[in-house]
Design a protein around this ligand. Structure first.
Ligand SMILES: *Cc1c(COP(=O)(O)O)cnc(C)c1O
Length: 418
């Protein structure tokens, strides 16, 4: 469980008892471990040390400024999917030369913004997008650095909602059409082709899909070479899984162990875009037990964190381990752990065996550092939780808890209703 562990029966984040954090900041509360983030970043950089590479953290996994700043300080870049993420990355000093931009629906404004900031490259997902980027670059009198996102038609064997690299998905350009699109790109005067990109899905717990996809990409790289198109960047995407429950995902070292032999001798810089495997197990969500209630056929533990705070359980049917903040030896119960939101889909766990818990006690939802806060919303007019970063025995608020006032910021009541 990384740097979240029990000391004398009390759950700690690094050297801080999480009860201290609860006392100071309240619940629901996101807590991140600095050491865990550093360790995960280090795991990638040492695994891929032998080859030229850039680690572009997938900002959508966790876009908090302090987290992105930490990435920047460690020499990392960002994989972005919107103008908003570009803004966040630049704000904390991630160099534009380490920013790659994916996404099937980039708007004119977003393209203009990214061109103006001179990002490393656009990961282009369609022919029309390519032409749009070319046209905007021409207006701005610049050249747009581009990689094509190729859909290699590889099954990552993960949850269908987080699988992206199959023929049926909206992402990328089908590999069998790749050459044709590269030829199109070559004809466009304000496009500079510099790379190729793929990202086949998320929470991938085997190495094989990465190897298979890479091999398909390298065949493409060779065919392009034969046509006089030399690529400088090969972006292998993200997607490495983490342990939520009983998965045994490969360590970056194992991934590198299989990929490096294939990449050796290639005169190309590798870009990788991990998100979950950096931030997922570096964060937890703390929540208070509000009520216990016996349903018809089950027990409900009603807590103060809901689907608006952590959407993964209801969105992906995702498993998050749920641990008591204070260890106990009470009898086991099987319960649905649910939030206060008025939706049947508002649960953090269903049919979960946990030690009996009492009203007013606290639970930790583990592995919540990626796609946790970044997916949160204000549904049911719930202010979003605070976020805290723990470093050894120190802790820092990296996002304040929202207030009711924050909820209505930007709303306007028209004159005729005054
Ligand atoms: C979401 C995403 C990632 C990150 O995926 P993880 O599973 O969090 O590592 C990387 N690249 C692209 C293009 C993505 O959309």
């Amino acid at each position: 469980m990384d740097y979240f562990r029990y000391v004398k029966g009390r759950l700690h984040a690094e050297d801080v008892p999480v009860e201290d954090l609860i006392e100071e900041y309240g619940t629901p509360l996101y807590v991140y471990s600095h050491r865990t983030l550093e360790r995960h970043l280090e795991a990638y950089s040492s695994a891929f040390r032998e080859i030229p590479h850039i680690l572009c953290f997938a900002a959508k996994a966790n876009s908090n400024g302090a987290i992105l700043r930490l990435i920047a300080r460690r020499g990392g870049g960002a994989d972005i999917v919107s103008g908003g993420e570009l803004y966040r990355a630049l704000r904390v000093g991630i160099p534009p030369a380490k920013i790659v931009y994916a996404g099937v629906g980039k708007t004119d404004e977003e393209i203009r913004y990214a061109l103006g900031k001179r990002i490393l490259m656009f990961n282009v997902e369609s022919g029309q997008e390519l032409e749009r980027i070319n046209a905007i670059a021409a207006q701005m009198n610049v050249t747009a650095p581009v990689a094509l996102r190729i859909n290699p038609d590889i099954d990552p064997e993960t949850h269908p909602y987080i699988s992206t690299g199959l023929r049926k998905h909206k992402f990328g350009i089908p590999i069998e059409n790749a050459l044709q699109y590269y030829r199109l790109a070559k004809r466009l005067g304000n496009i500079e082709i510099i790379g190729v990109h793929k990202h086949i899905g998320s929470q991938i717990t085997k190495v094989t899909p990465f190897v298979d996809a890479l091999q398909r990409m390298l065949v493409l790289v060779e065919s392009l070479k034969a046509e006089g198109i030399d690529l400088r960047y090969l972006d292998i995407g993200g997607g490495l899984g983490i342990q939520y429950n009983d998965e045994t995902p490969p360590h970056p070292r194992e991934l590198a162990g299989k990929l490096l032999p294939i990449l050796k001798g290639q005169d190309i810089t590798i870009i990788m875009e991990p998100g979950r495997s950096i931030a997922g197990n570096a964060g937890i969500l703390l929540t208070k037990v509000l009520y216990l209630k016996r349903g018809d056929d089950r027990e409900f533990v009603i807590v103060d964190a809901g689907m608006n705070d952590l959407m993964r359980p209801t969105l992906y049917d995702a498993y998050h381990h749920i641990a008591p903040v204070r260890k106990n030896r009470r009898r086991k119960i099987v319960a649905d752990i649910v939030g206060p939101v008025c939706e049947s889909g508002d649960f953090l766990a269903r049919g979960r065996e946990i030690n009996r818990i009492e009203q007013g006690e606290y639970l930790a939802v583990m592995s919540a550092g990626a796609y946790g806060f970044s997916m949160s919303s204000n549904y049911n007019s719930r202010p979003r939780p605070a976020e805290v970063l723990v470093r050894d025995s120190e802790h820092y608020v990296i996002r304040k808890r929202e207030t009711y006032r924050d909820l209505v910021r930007g709303e306007v009541i028209p004159d005729f209703l005054q």
